[in-house]
Design a binder for this molecule. Structure first.
Ligand code: ADP
Length: 597
């Protein structure tokens, strides 16, 4: 052993020692890899050192060191591990853990994928050939292969001798251990960050505003792991019929609604089969296992410059309430198993959040409805008592008069008028309560023209007495609807009798029937008192009577229109009003035509 070699060896060992102590104190995996590669170039005097990490069955070029300018382009390159660790290693010479593939042994197709240095071919049998390949696989302490270091341009451009191989091997062993430590630290700190992010998501429980809660969640996730973009989407809720929406970090989301339906269908189908694990996909390989929505995911991912990603359902049990997408670009690593697990948990945590916020919102709405119902009930009791009390007081008063002064024709008239009023009220109340409880009707074909004709016949004498003109404009062909034989004519009766009631002498009422856009229409137009726009707003509420003093002098209960609208709605139809105070009113009933109903 020459003195100069001793010095070299001592230098190398010192260099090795320095590198190892630095790498063991570094928290950043990339820094560690860079230190190791740099150590091989500077300490062992190789022209090039390139480290690839093993990600599943792929070798990903992570770090290169050396002066060659085109080397940097190799970073990020992905090679199937089998090509190197399988095929090349099988034809390689074993130098301890190192693998040497002499240039003449390489199959031609393998040469194409090699990086070849700009080196003259020499006749010297010890000279390094540009196509020679030397690898130092990097193992963990338990013998697990973590990566592979390729070195080129050895010292003096000679095939490394035994001593040099030993040094490189020593370096590779230490590098493997350092890599293992760094990966462990990396994994630990990743787990800590993921754990923190999940904790942050759990703390969002209790939020009232779902959108801002999900925004916080997206921010927490994008800060916890390397991402190009995070999107959290919450689907529309069928019960409350809320709009669906998405939030994103670091950029706003851009997915249009049609994308959402396709992804939703995929997730719902998977969930129904019990599959709620996140889906991993990658764009370069067009690899979207089991996703029919792949084209839209690809399109959206490209918008954010994503090269691979993860799609996790946001949901509770088998209910899918939305989704979480985490996108990475090609410079960012594949998803580690603990990241996939954490995103699975994040999807569940967000699912609980969405469900809880919605539950609380529904609770609040129901509570408000209950309060309103309670208020309404109180009002109803007060109104009914008042309505019953007035005619009863009058009946009692006149009965007392009868007792005291013998039979008076005016008292008999008043008693019968008030008893009729009570009768009307009780009948309407009964109708109202019956129709409120109805959810379905007995439907038979009904001719709207005939129903209007019957209504007007019933009102003819009343109209003549009031000096109001009645007109029926019948359709050319009968308009038939499917309707309840008792309830639907009741609506027409009510609209026509209101028109007669609220139209002063000399007025005119025109009832017309026609079919428009698949609906049968009964239009009752009068030239009567009309209704102010303020009163129109409450017209269909139970017990509402116009504030117009002239209308209030006419007996009524304020229940007819409330009953009529409920009946129309039970038929899948509606009633609308157009009116102007002092000019007249037009009430229009619309119900689906038989066959379309
Ligand atoms: P009622 O006629 O028994 O009071 P309705 O519910 O049928 O009850 O009508 C509610 C109110 O709407 C009436 O009290 C009246 O003030 C107003 N109204 C209904 N129809 C007409 C109409 N054709 N013209 C003017 N006002 C009307």
């Amino acid at each position: 052993m020459t003195r100069s070699f001793d010095t070299f060896r001592a230098d190398v060992v010192r260099r090795l020692y320095e590198v190892i102590s630095r790498v063991n104190s570094s928290a950043d995996l990339n820094e560690v890899l860079q230190e190791i590669a740099q150590g091989v170039v500077e300490g062992l005097r190789y022209g090039v050192a390139a480290i690839s990490r093993l990600e599943g069955d792929t070798l990903v070029m992570s770090t290169v060191a050396g002066d060659e300018v085109d080397l940097a382009e190799l970073v990020g390159r992905r090679t199937p591990a089998e090509n190197v660790l399988g095929r090349e290693f099988s034809i390689a010479d074993h130098w301890g853990i190192l693998r040497f593939v002499p240039h003449d042994r390489l199959p031609p197709e393998q040469i194409e994928s090699l990086w070849v240095p700009d080196l003259e071919i020499s006749d010297d049998p010890d000279a390094w050939h540009p196509l020679d390949a030397l690898y130092a696989p990097l193992y963990s302490s338990t013998g697990e292969l973590l990566g592979n270091m390729a070195v080129d341009l050895p010292p003096d451009n000679k095939i490394p001798n035994r001593e040099q191989r030993e040094l490189l091997e020593m370096f590779a062993v230490q590098a493997g251990l350092a890599l293992e430590n760094a990966q462990r630290r990396d994994s630990l700190s990743r787990q800590v960050r993921l754990g923190e992010a999940l904790k942050q998501l759990a703390l969002l429980a209790g939020h009232v505003d779902l959108k801002s809660a999900l925004e916080e969640a997206a921010n927490a996730l994008s800060g916890a792991l390397p991402v190009a973009q995070v999107v959290v989407r919450c689907f529309a809720d069928n019960v409350e019929d809320h709009e669906d929406y998405a939030v994103g970090a670091p950029h706003p989301p851009r997915a249009p609604a049609d994308t959402v339906d396709l992804v939703r269908a995929d997730l719902v189908r998977h969930a129904a089969q019990g599959g709620q694990r996140p889906h991993l996909f990658s764009l370069p390989d067009d690899d979207f296992p089991g996703l029919a929505s792949a084209p839209v995911i690809r399109q959206q991912s490209e918008l954010f410059g994503g090269s691979h990603g993860l799609l996790a359902p946001v949901g509770v049990d088998r209910e899918v309430l939305g989704y979480l997408v985490v996108l990475r670009d090609e410079t960012q690593p594949r998803f580690e198993p603990e990241e996939v697990d954490a995103m699975h948990e994040a999807g569940r945590e967000l699912g609980r959040l969405v469900r809880d916020v919605r539950l609380r919102r529904t609770e609040r709405r129901l509570l408000a409805e209950l309060r309103e119902l309670d208020r309404y009930k109180g009002e109803l009791i007060a109104t009914i008592s008042h309505e019953l009390k007035t005619p009863l007081t009058s009946i009692i008063g006149h009965t007392e008069l009868l007792e005291e002064a013998g039979v008076q024709p005016t008292s008999v008239g008043a008693i019968s008028r008030n008893a009729a009023r009570l009768d009307r009220l009780v009948t309407n109340l009964l109708n109202y309560s019956r129709i409120q409880g109805r959810h379905e009707l007995q439907r038979v074909p009904l001719d709207l023209g005939e129903a209007c004709h019957a209504s007007l016949e019933m009102l003819r004498i009343q109209a003549q007495t009031a000096d109001v003109d009645l007109h029926l404009v019948e359709p050319q062909t009968p308009v038939r609807v499917l309707g309840d034989a008792e309830e639907l004519p009741r609506v027409i009766d009510n609209l026509c009798s209101n028109a007669v009631k609220y139209t002063p002498a000399g007025g005119r009422i025109e009832v017309s029937v026609r079919a428009v856009n698949g609906r049968g229409e009964v239009r009752v137009a009068d030239t009567g008192l009309g209704i102010s726009s303020h009163d129109q707003m409450h017209l269909f509420s139970a017990f509402h009577r116009s504030t117009n003093p002239q209308a209030l002098t006419i007996p009524g209960t304020g229940l007819g229109l409330a009953i009529s609208r409920t009946i129309a709605e039970l038929h899948g139809g509606d009633i609308t009003v157009e009116s102007e105070l002092g000019t007249g009113s037009v009430f229009t009933l619309r119900v689906p035509i038989a066959g379309d109903a």
